[in-house]
Design a protein around this ligand. Structure first.
Ligand code: AVJ
Length: 324
């Protein structure tokens, strides 16, 4: 009998170390300076993000969960998925809503999460095989932005879930190329389940990314701790302030770190010394907010047709089902 939990590690051992070095080298020498948001999520950052999802101001997680709670049976009936793929280690709450509905529909045999973190996959996978006796869990360690090849032996139809509005971290060009690689991966019976945060009152948006308890500020500054630890840099997180702002032109929330004074930061692993001017902003994340018409149009441009569009009662967040 084959094991019900398997983990396929597709990343070379030094992949993440190399990717971090490349990102930090190019981001800190760019004008303006930037750092990609994927480096927020070390153990501490992942814990802080969990706390963010429970903040009163941060509505997206709860709104998406509301939609899933209500629509999971419908999603199961529409897709009749044999395998649920999930891009990024989802919160187990959301994953389980889908697994419950697909199990009840009687179609599901496999859950296939893809993530860069083997430990996150290990943890989620072992709990799921324990709680879902008929389920095979085929986890893949990969950077799906670079490689979206899905495990080939998973039974169809396939439902690919990309939840939590992580899509908002990509700019329009990155989204277009991501949709195209998704489109290439999908067969006729497959479907994409995409969670997207919607444009709304900028004050509500800014509050969601600048909470009164300061958790998001700590989350933002944590990326400096990651760089200090991994690249032996000497960033002082206390010398930067958290900034969250609404960029109306680009329809996105941006998080920045603002240098509180003139300072020079050393990154010995990269042989780099970086100067910051007082009040200089370094962008650490974009979180694009969407509208139904433009999101439908950009998916259509890649050959993906939106078949269903569901929102929470307050229409803060959307979950959509698209097909090739
Ligand atoms: C996980 C990327 C969806 O953009 O809302 C939360 C990350 N950043 N608070 C988001 C995040 C600050 C989150 N995503």
């Amino acid at each position: 009998q084959r094991p019900r939990f398997t983990l396929d590690d597709r990343l070379p051992a030094d992949h993440l170390a190399k990717a971090l070095r490349a990102d930090v080298a190019s981001g800190l020498t760019a004008e303006p300076k930037t750092l990609p948001p994927k480096w927020f999520y070390d153990a501490r950052g992942s814990e802080l993000f969990e706390q963010i999802t429970r903040l009163p101001e941060y509505y997206p997680t709860r709104a998406e969960q509301e939609i899933l709670t209500r629509r999971a049976p419908e999603i199961a009936a529409l897709t009749r998925a044999g395998t649920l793929f999930e891009l990024g280690s989802g919160s187990s709450t959301k994953t389980r809503l889908l697994l419950d509905a697909l199990t009840a529909a009687g179609t599901l045999s496999c859950y296939a999460p893809l993530d860069v973190s083997p430990s996150a996959l290990e943890q989620a996978g072992t709990a799921l095989v324990r709680d879902y006796p008929g389920l095979r869990v085929a986890a893949t360690v990969t950077d799906f932005e670079a490689d979206l090849t899905l495990p080939p032996d998973a039974p169809g139809p396939r439902l690919i879930a990309f939840l939590g509005s992580t899509i908002g971290n990509l700019d329009p060009e990155q989204r277009a190329s991501f949709y195209r690689s998704l489109r290439r991966t999908l067969s006729a019976d497959d479907a994409l389940l995409l969670g997207a945060d919607l444009a709304k009152d900028p004050e509500v948006l800014v509050r969601a990314y600048d909470d009164s308890a300061g958790v998001t500020a700590e989350f933002n500054k944590n990326v400096l701790n990651v760089i200090d630890r991994e690249l032996d840099a000497d960033f002082d997180p206390e010398a930067f302030a958290h900034v969250a702002l609404w960029n109306e032109q680009e329809q996105r929330i941006e998080m920045h770190l603002r240098s509180l004074r003139a300072q020079s930061v050393k990154v010995p692993a990269l042989d780099l010394s970086v100067d910051f001017a007082p009040d200089e902003l370094m962008r650490t994340e974009i979180s694009c907010k969407f509208r139904r018409d433009s999101l439908t149009t950009e998916l259509a441009a890649a050959g993906l047709t939106v078949r269903h569009w569901w929102t929470d009662p307050a229409a803060r967040f959307a979950l959509l089902l698209a097909v090739p």
